[in-house]
Design a protein around this ligand. Structure first.
Ligand code: SAM
Length: 255
């Protein structure tokens, strides 16, 4: 995949692309990237990239001219072009997996109050929000998006590591994990995890996943296609705990 990020602050992103797993993926030729400074496409003496908003209101908006020229120069019209914005569609693991199938990804980082709507209408395929909060700029959001996407590209990290993560498989949260020592202070690792009995370990982990999902993200049980085993264990856990089942089998929705 080739990833192009358009930004007014490429230095915020550079360290990420030059470090750790991303650096290895680049070296191995699985990822190609370019950080484009939008200011290089400004034409005036002051390299101006923002201006006041028509109709009034606080703050400034990114000018369409420099950004449009940068997008044209870097093939945005023939790539999947996304703009990170709090007013976009909410990002999640399935969305990341969808973007990971692209050959070319162009990410536009906003600043100030955002970008001129005509840029969105003309170039942007997806407006994506990384969460229901407002950041001061798009660079951090772009990093979140790129990080979630590139690690799903085959060969970047092992398929085994991906298979057991939160939101994978059954779509539940990950089970609690432990490493050495088996006793830390006074706290022991659950006995079953030291038993070497793979079936019992898998059963313990599934139940722990269900408990954790029930505590933090009960709405995840509303997703279609939960295996019967998960539904059965969920029922068992809520009955044991005397709590209401979050989404009974026949409701089929979080609403
Ligand atoms: N005026 C915008 C609004 O109310 O929706 C907020 C602009 S924000 C201060 C500046 C830039 O940060 C945005 O253009 C966007 O690129 C980025 N940004 C902020 N929060 C974000 C979020 N939750 N998801 C994605 N990008 C975000």
């Amino acid at each position: 995949m080739k990833i192009t990020v358009l930004t007014l602050f490429p230095e915020i992103l550079r360290g990420f692309f030059e470090s750790s797993i991303m650096a290895r993926a680049v070296k191995a030729g699985r990822i190609e990237y370019e950080l484009v400074n939008i200011r290089d496409y400004a034409t005036d003496r002051h390299r101006k990239c923002d201006d006041e908003i028509f109709g009034g209101g606080a703050g400034m908006l990114m000018l369409p001219g420099p950004l449009g020229r940068a997008l044209d120069a870097h093939g945005a019209r023939t790539a999947r072009t996304v703009f990170v914005t709090p007013s976009g569609r909410l990002f999640n693991q399935a969305y990341a997996a969808d973007l990971a199938r692209e050959e070319r990804l162009v990410v536009v980082c906003g600043r100030y109050e955002g970008v001129d709507q005509r840029i969105i209408d003309e170039y942007v395929d997806d407006e994506i929000s990384i969460g229901d909060y407002v950041l001061s700029s798009g660079e951090v959001a772009a990093l979140v998006l790129v990080d979630a996407v590139y690690r799903l590209i085959p060969g970047v990290i092992s398929g085994e590591s991906l298979a057991e993560e939160s939101f994978s498989g059954h779509g539940l949260l990950e089970y609690p994990q432990y490493t050495r020592p088996a006793v830390y202070g006074t706290i022991k690792v659950p006995e079953v995890l030291l038993s070497g009995h793979h079936a019992n370990i898998a059963a313990w982990r599934l139940k722990a996943q269900i408990r954790k999902t029930l505590a933090y993200r009960p709405e995840l049980f509303a997703s279609a296609g939960l295996p019967d085993e998960v539904r059965r264990l969920l029922k068992e856990i809520v009955t044991e705990g005397g709590i209401d089942e979050p989404y009974p089998e026949d409701s089929g929705s979080a609403d």
